[in-house]
Design a protein around this ligand. Structure first.
Ligand code: COA
Length: 323
């Protein structure tokens, strides 16, 4: 069970995102596998995914934007947390290279919690702020094209590359705190979505679908309970996006409204740990978030892992269009 947590007041001082220029459309995929654009759109909601660039390159661009928007220089950032399931190397982590590229010499480490990673990172950042840090760069970034077989009819249609970032900054006024959060995992489901060393992603799509819907319901209920809120109190939900039908199935059970949901996957596919921060920057760009709004992030993915955070928005209102 998740313990109730104190939260420092904080602001999202700046956000950013980056997608590589290479685009793989459904029609492109149909050249190498038995599929069609209409099948993929109808069964997943995905029209295209981006490929190319490395996790560190995409992270650096998203992080650079977030620092610029926050008006912060290298000396101001005290920690880099990089959520990724497709690091540049097995060893070392990718965060130190990103910190170096941004001119930082603070602590830097990777979080590997698959598609839930950025939300895990946000909770970790809150803990580090409770320990006195002021500015923390939390990035979610993937180069999933390195571990995806684009001729496989299950995984090949889903995954793409990208990065999103946010700087969370301690705010002594006490505004913008985390109202509720939940982190969870069940290692009994390793076998339904995994990649072995040197190999591509393997997936039991139907079981992942089923378990994802269960995980979303479970983590949403836990965070809402901690926050003392109901579904109706949430102004905008930013869920992880693997297949639009997963979100729709969970929303039907929870009572969330698609109109209050930030969806980007039609043009990005599933970018794992990067999806939520890319969608956050895009929501700000589109003016979908106002000061004081209750914004909920919901992650789920391989592990299985799941994670959710509800924040009262405080911070920068500019953003980056996802594409
Ligand atoms: N293109 C065209 N037809 C396809 C296809 C493709 N890419 N993949 C499967 N099919 C066909 C099958 O051959 C089957 O045909 P049949 O009915 O004639 O036998 C039919 O479509 C249904 O196949 P199925 O494997 O049951 O598809 P599905 O509805 O389970 O959809 C996924 C497959 C991968 C889209 C779906 O399982 C999924 O999205 N799961 C969740 C994955 C996920 O979220 N992963 C990341 C988690 S973070």
């Amino acid at each position: 069970m998740t313990p109730p947590s104190p939260s420092v007041g904080f602001r999202f001082a700046g956000t950013g995102s980056s997608l590589p220029p290479g685009v793989l459309t459904n029609d492109d995929l149909a050249v190498g596998m038995d599929t069609t654009d209409s099948w993929i759109r109808e069964r997943t909601g995905i029209g295209a995914r981006h490929i190319g660039s490395s996790t560190s390159e995409l992270s650096t661009e998203a992080g650079r934007q977030a620092m610029q928007r926050a008006g912060l220089g290298p000396a101001d950032i005290q920690q880099v947390i990089l959520a990724t399931t497709s690091p540049d190397y097995i060893c070392p982590g990718t965060a130190p290279a990103v910190a170096h590229a941004l001119g930082l010499d603070c602590g830097a480490f990777d979080v590997q919690a698959a598609c839930s990673g950025w939300v895990y990172g946000l909770v970790v950042a809150n803990g580090l702020m409770l320990q006195g840090m002021d500015n923390i760069l939390v990035i979610g970034a993937e180069s999933l094209d390195r571990i995806t077989d684009y001729t496989a009819r299950d995984t090949g249609i889903l995954f793409g590359n990208g990065a999103g970032a946010a700087i969370v900054q301690q705010d002594p006024t006490g505004a913008g705190r985390i109202l509720g959060w939940d982190l969870g995992a069940n290692g009994d489901y390793v076998h339904i979505l995994y990649a072995e060393h040197g190999n591509v992603l393997q997936m039991d799509g139907k079981e992942v679908f089923r378990q994802a819907v269960v995980a979303i319901q479970r983590t949403t209920a836990a965070s809402l309970e901690m926050a003392g809120l109901t579904v109706a109190d949430i102004d905008l939900v930013i869920p992880h996006q693997a297949n639009v039908r997963i979100v729709e199935a969970a929303w039907k059970r929870l009572g969330f409204d698609m109109d209050k949901t930030a969806m980007i996957l039609e043009k990005t596919g599933n970018t794992s740990a990067a999806t939520i921060p890319i969608a956050l920057a895009d929501s700000l760009y589109r003016g979908r978030i106002s000061q004081g709004d209750k914004v909920m992030f919901i992650g789920f993915g391989a592990g299985m892992t799941w994670a959710s955070v509800i924040v009262e928005w405080n911070g920068d209102l500019t953003g980056t269009e996802a594409w």
